[in-house]
Write a protein that binds this ligand. Sequence first.
Ligand SMILES: *Cc1c(COP(=O)(O)O)cnc(C)c1O
Length: 393
Amino acid sequence: MAKQLEWIEKELDNLKEAGLYNRIRTLDSPQGAWLVVDGKRVLNFCSNNYLGLANHPRLLEAARKAMEKYGLGPAAVRTIAGTMELHLEFEERMAKFKKVDSSISLQSGFNANLATIPALVGKEDVIFSDELNHASIIDGSRLSGAQIVRYAHCDPADLKRQLDQHRQKFPRALVITDGVFSMDGDIAPLDQIYEIVQNYEAVLMVDDAHGEGVLGQGGRGIVDHFHLHGKVDIEVGTLSKAFGVVGGVVAGNPLVVEWLRQRGRPFLFSSAMTVPDTAACIAALDLLEESTELVDRLWENARYFKAEMKTLGFDTGLSATPITPVMLGEAPLAQQFSRELFDNGVFAMAIGFPTVPRGKARIRVMISAAHERADLDRGLEVFKQVGKNLGVI
Ligand SMILES: *Cc1c(COP(=O)(O)O)cnc(C)c1O
């Protein structure tokens, strides 16, 4: 083996020993309530397919039609020859849906953060960041070179303390929080954060990846949930969760959007969103504007599942959204729980350190509008059986 790469083999062995090696399961079916995973038909409690749009006939049809007209790829960055009518239509429709002035599409939610943060702050400046913010916010923040000040998770009082202590030392400041935190399913107190931030001449940015299509009226997101239109400067979103495709979006103040067209590096140096993704997203907006049925069903399913899990005696933590953690404590127990669920036809991930703190390992159940009541009942039955077997309930 190449000597210069031997260290990788050692590191991989270390991961395996520590139980941190990713064994990646393979799907042989579309996304939906049921999947074929590693050759086995299982109930899906893992995907971010909140509204069942990842394989929705209306989105597929829109993607097919657009491909007939525009082909597949953009073959260029947006600023050279990659901007199609479709992109502009999507951006206009998305802004209207979210009741804000402007939006811009990126290739993913991850890229949306990498584009936005370094465009707004640099080496001289400061970022105030919730300690549990997503990896793409952390990476975007590091890339900016700004000083990063963490505040305690969802704690506006601590944010205020940090602003008092550090704000005036820097010319520009950016306050960033996840909207919905993906491991606990709790919602950032964005109304209180806004009230504080507006006194400090700081830009306010929320990453609503898990709130897009989930929170707010008909899935309009966290800014709509708290009625903060025009007050939150920047709402970053992903189209790769509830919207069922792959893409990212930044919505909010038109000045920021215009600046990203000039200075957002993933916008300038990485090709545009693909044709089928963009067209499918427009169809998703059509669906959400026509009816709140899918969003209503998602929440009804989430409420039902959580209530029944509590009745069974499980601890579902702090969740205020369809993300349902099932708190188990130690990582080996969570892993064994997940394996036994899978053996019994239920696919739900175990999550342990370092993704969540030590002693807070859990199974994370992702509820979807694609689930029928009978699917949820089947899942509850298997959770009950495995929970009893392992002495959890
Ligand atoms: C999933 C997620 C992202 C990444 O979105 P992609 O479109 O998959 O790149 C970014 N931020 C948060 C908070 C997320 O949960």
